[in-house]
Ligand binder design. Structure first.
Ligand SMILES: Nc1ncnc2c1ncn2[C@@H]1O[C@H](COP(=O)(O)OP(=O)(O)OP(=O)(O)O)[C@@H](O)[C@H]1O
Length: 657
């Protein structure tokens, strides 16, 4: 504990250091900097511009440490837009091309936060574009959440002082202790276990402040229309999208939306974004698109609730009335194939159950669907669709497509009063054409306001489309990342050998998309590929869990990923019987309190990563029809997605009976 006498001694020492380095300072500046020296002591370095206050367009001080880089300005009033722009541009300029991160990654200059320190008692609306505090609250800056390891914060400060003679470092009030944390990714190469980094603590998520040059170059690239980031699993597409969203948040005042298809991914990305830009977190909504649409419709007085079990019943009835007794069974007897046709090809494109709707369907390019259909055969599908729609309307129940289309209609009738400054759409490969139209309608068409992120190789829903189908042009605005930051080499090698890793063609550019082993960043890892019977699955899972714990990986960092819900329920039951902590992936929100093994289907694991993954996968019988081949390929892609969720350890159990 520090007594008031100790504090006074520290304060005087701080003032003396300031005077020795910069000369006598005016009262307010001296107090602000002394407060920061005292609060930041070991975690931050303070650099002051050699003239105080600094000339126009230059920041007065730089505070550099674990919490990032803060460009400080001690002011009486908030400056105008133009001066804010100049200050930001210069502060970012100071950090251009700084290569000190792990794997020779670059510091992301766009993460430099502008801070304005106002006189005591003054308040200003905060919207996340910059940070505002007062002389009396400035010390709280030192409590900001860490975005880089202490060692890198120190190196960045030294590098900045060496490079810019205008900014002079003030000695630390208390010398920094030797850092103890595992700072960089490459340090894991010094591992002594034969295959696995299990004994290591989780490495610091350095992506918050350092990116590889390919990612870094795209954080602030200007796009005059909708843009897209593609790349194989684990190449940091989402990380880059979050940085772009933070960048946009600092330069706009409108709301921001991060959306995708599944429910549990957005809360995870929300906490990642809050690390990047805590002060703008309130402006950004993270939610799945169906929830967004339902809430939006209810705001417009339109009640639409998605009820999947009731719509499933409606479809089953339609199948009994029209499908099973009709000619479709001879083309393909699995009713799921026809449900997907209606969901993904017909309703997913917003085709109404009218004659004009049929004309469009007759001409549609049914991308990704293996069973070819002549016009006369499409007539039979259409009859099933009409029956489904008639039963569904009569019962007043709505499927996911109804919600999306209703929201799109409402927006077309009356656009948003305040369009989103930016919408990020993750896992876009699994969306429908209507969903893509919907997110497009949420932005006012401003440059840099719409970003799609996806990877065709990870598509696990049937069908396919091109952006042109939704009336969107991304030509010249599609970027590709290739370095894998998630999977250790052994895992990447196993993933690349799976049938689901077969290269797929990018529908936009016609280029092949596939993971490439040469692009792996993380060495080592453990990957086991095992064939067992259904009866052996429980024992196998148990022994893998024991092994994971023995390797030093926490059960909370472990996921059991299944293909079906029934398998997930079965394994959850087993874990509970063994007295092991477990949680359904459906409820996982990447929160501190989410403890225990996560168990769920690939649909729920998309976009996430875990240190260890156990994936029991029942091998489908070799396909004999085109529909079976399509389903087989989707299952194999699910297997591929499950394996690529693992960072350090993966066990793939091929279940054969
Ligand atoms: N430059 C980087 N340095 C360190 N770690 C990184 C970097 N970029 C991404 N990562 C980490 O790599 C992992 C994968 O990143 P991310 O989820 O953004 O990849 P993705 O391409 O969206 O993956 P997927 O398509 O498989 O969902 C995450 O754990 C992320 O924190």
């Amino acid at each position: 504990m520090t007594s008031s006498n100790d504090r006074e001694i520290l304060r005087r020492r701080g003032e003396q250091m300031l005077a020795d380095t910069i000369g006598e300072l005016a009262g307010r500046s001296r107090n602000v900097y002394t407060a920061l020296l005292m609060a930041g002591r070991q975690r931050w370095r303070l650099l002051l511009h050699r003239t105080q206050p600094a000339p126009a367009g230059r920041c007065d001080a730089l505070l550099i440490g674990q919490g990032g880089v803060l460009a400080l300005n001690v002011v009486d009033e908030l400056p105008g837009e133009a001066e804010v722009r100049r200050l930001r541009a210069h502060a970012e300029q100071l950090f251009t091309g700084v290569v000190i991160g792990p794997n020779r990654n670059e510091f992301v200059r766009e993460t430099v936060e502008l801070v304005f320190v106002l006189p005591p008692g003054r308040s200003a609306g905060v919207d996340g574009r910059f940070v505002v505090c007062t002389d009396t609250t400035v010390h709280q800056l030192a409590g900001r959440r860490s975005v880089m390891p202490a060692r890198l914060g120190g190196e960045l400060a030294e590098h900045t002082a060496r490079r810019n003679s205008d900014y002079r470092p003030i000695p630390q009030l208390v010398p920094e202790p030797e850092p103890v944390e595992v700072a960089g990714l490459l340090e894991v190469e010094s591992l002594h276990t034969d295959h696995l980094a299990g004994a290591l603590a989780k490495p610091f998520p350095t992506w918050t402040a350092f990116l590889d040059p390919a990612q870094n170059a795209l954080v602030s690239r200007n796009y005059n229309g909708p843009a897209r980031i593609v790349g194989p699993a684990g190449t940091g597409k989402t990380v880059l999208a979050l940085h772009r969203m933070a960048h946009r948040a600092r330069r706009s005042t409108g709301p921001l939306l991060f959306t995708t298809l599944v429910k549990n991914l957005p809360p995870c990305q929300e906490s990642a974004f809050a690390r990047l830009l805590p002060d703008a977190a309130g402006r950004a909504t993270f939610t799945n698109l169906h929830s967004w649409a339902q809430e939006f419709l209810s705001g417009r007085g339109i009640r639409r609730v998605m009820e999947l079990p009731r719509t499933e019943t409606a479809f089953n009835l339609a199948w009994m009335h029209v499908g099973r007794p009709g000619p479709l069974v001879a083309i393909e007897s699995d009713r799921r194939y026809w449900r997907e046709e209606i969901d993904r090809v017909i309703k997913g494109r917003g085709l109404p159950a009218t004659e004009a709707g049929f004309d469009e369907y007759a001409a549609v390019d049914r991308r990704g669907r293996r069973v070819g259909l002549r016009t006369s055969q499409r007539r039979h599908v259409w009859a099933l669709y009409e029956e489904y729609e008639s039963i569904r309307s009569e019962r007043q129940c709505f499927d996911g497509n109804d919600i999306i289309s209703a929201a799109l209609d409402a927006l077309r009738t009356e656009p948003l009063d305040r369009p989103y400054a930016m919408v990020v759409v993750d896992e876009v490969q699994d969306m429908t054409v209507q969903s893509v139209r919907l997110v497009h309608a949420l932005t006012g068409g401003e440059p840099n306001s719409l970003l799609f992120v996806g990877d065709r190789q990870q598509q696990i829903y049937a069908g396919g489309w091109r952006f042109a189908d939704a009336g969107i042009n991304i030509v010249g605005r599609s970027e590709r990342l290739t370095r894998n930051y998630r999977n250790r080499r052994a895992i990447l090698k196993l993933a690349a050998s799976l049938p689901g890793a077969r290269p797929v063609e990018d529908a936009e550019t016609h280029e092949p998309q596939a993971i490439d082993l040469t692009d792996s960043v993380l060495p080592d890892g453990y990957a086991e590929h095992w064939v067992c019977t259904r009866a052996e699955v429980g024992d196998q899972v148990r022994s893998q869990l024991d092994r994971i714990v023995a390797e030093g990986i926490s059960l909370s960092d472990t996921a059991i990923i299944t293909i079906t819900n029934a398998e997930a329920e079965y394994l959850l039951g087993l874990l509970r019987r063994w007295g092991l902590p477990a949680q359904h992936l459906v409820d996982y929100r990447c929160a501190e309190q989410d403890t225990g093994v996560k168990v769920g289907t690939v649909y729920r694991a998309k976009g996430l990563d875990f240190r260890a993954v156990i994936h029991p996968c029942t091998e489908p019988a070799p396909p004999t029809t085109e529909a079976e081949r399509e389903r087989y390929e989707l299952t194999m892609r699910q297997q591929f997605v499950a394996v690529t969720r693992a960072r350090d350890y993966v066990w793939l159990g091929i279940v054969r009976d």
